[in-house]
Ligand binder design. Structure first.
Ligand SMILES: Nc1ncnc2c1ncn2[C@@H]1O[C@H](COP(=O)(O)OP(=O)(O)OP(=O)(O)O)[C@@H](O)[C@H]1O
Ligand SMILES: [Mg+2]
Length: 332
């Protein structure tokens, strides 16, 4: 059995904020009797992630994803429970743990704003005590996928978003960490850069067995990269399962669209729900566990001439929307 690289056990975070009342009376009240509110951003979250997994950690805005990641990399202290990364606590063994971690926050660069990208890398090399030969080799390898040499002499503040994100990813991997936390690494990027970043994540995972936790609102990223997804809503984990299983559970059916040669037809099938889609086109909704697409096509083509056909795969956006809606209703 694989041992856990990340082990979260009832991990919780409460934020206490002061409600601000307006006006002079409000200011006096704020001063002497501030009204406190407690926000439970992460609520008894538990999971186990093994070496080499790429796990999608998804949920609606404000669900608690970034807060979880910040606790996992030691930026925030939990108010309850704990998390261990490679058996170490991000709170008590922060110095040691950072050597094993790479972190990218798409919303905020970790790079030195005023320095050329290459100088940021050099500083990180010294901070992480990476010897020069290893650094050169790592940088060459990262450059092969991310093409950072194109703007390595440009100050970070002058980089475009896509260039900056590629720089941030390279910076996070310079010290060859075994665990990578990516919090919205493709936010606001064009399709080419997104593709490069997905390729990068896939390659480092395959080559070095890097364990990756990825948060994103782009479900194409999830579909391209993650076999397992954990869904959090309002601080609570509402689902943790292989992506395929989740799609299967939520959408037990598939769709076959057929276009028949012109003619008078009245198609029926005991294992498919049939809806006409305009002239000569039909939608057949069927359950994969009741009949295969091949058998259905063969049954239809035995009676009618099929001119064209299309099997519609489950749309992950529909699946996730369904789960968010259900977990939101459960919270109300
Ligand atoms: N420093 C803070 N002080 C008070 N509340 C906070 C703080 N950080 C986060 N929160 C609150 O905790 C909740 C979870 O926030 P978090 O940033 O983890 O969400 P998220 O899932 O990353 O959302 P998004 O998809 O928008 O990035 C939100 O209600 C947020 O307002
Ligand atoms: Mg976030």
């Amino acid at each position: 059995m694989q041992s856990a690289v990340i082990l979260a056990n009832n991990l919780s975070k409460e934020f206490i904020t002061t409600k601000k009342s307006s006006g002079l009376r409000g200011a006096v009240k704020n001063l002497f009797k501030p009204e406190k509110t407690v926000k439970r951003a992460v609520d008894h979250v538990s999971f186990e992630i093994t070496k080499g997994e790429i796990v999608g950690y998804i949920g609606p805005n404000g669900a608690g994803k970034s807060t979880t990641i910040k606790m996992m990399c030691g930026i925030l202290n939990p108010t309850g429970g704990n998390v261990l990364i490679n058996g170490m606590s991000p709170v008590n063994q922060r110095q040691k743990i950072v050597m094993d971690l790479g972190v990218v926050f798409g919303q905020r660069s970790q790079l030195y704003w005023d320095l050329p990208l290459g100088e940021s890398f050099e500083l990180l090399r010294r901070i992480y005590l990476v010897d020069r030969a290893k650094y050169e080799a790592n940088l060459a390898e990262l450059d092969r996928i991310l093409n950072v040499h194109e703007f390595i002499d440009t100050p970070v503040r002058q980089l475009s978003l896509g260039q900056r994100m590629r720089g941030d990813l390279a910076a996070a991997m310079l010290h060859s960490p075994s665990v990578l936390f990516l919090d919205e690494p493709t936010i606001g990027l064009d399709v080419d850069v997104k593709y490069a970043i997905r390729k990068f994540i896939k390659e480092i995972n395959e080559k070095y067995q890097t364990t990756v936790i990825l948060t994103t609102h782009d479900l194409d990223d999830i579909q391209a990269l993650c076999k397992r997804i954990i869904i959090i809503n309002d601080g609570i984990i509402v689902s943790d399962s292989p992506l395929e299983e989740l799609i299967e559970q939520e959408l037990g059916h598939r769709l076959l669209i057929v276009e028949l040669s012109a003619g008078d037809f009245h198609v029926t099938h005991p294992k498919a729900e049939i809806t006409p889609l305009g002239s000569n086109r039909l939608q057949l909704k069927f359950r994969k566990d009741e009949i295969s697409a091949a058998a259905l096509i063969s049954d239809i083509s035995a009676q009618y001439q099929i001119r064209d056909l299309q099997i519609k795969e489950a749309d992950i956006n529909d699946v996730i929307r369904q789960i968010y809606a259900r977990s939101k209703a459960a919270c109300l």
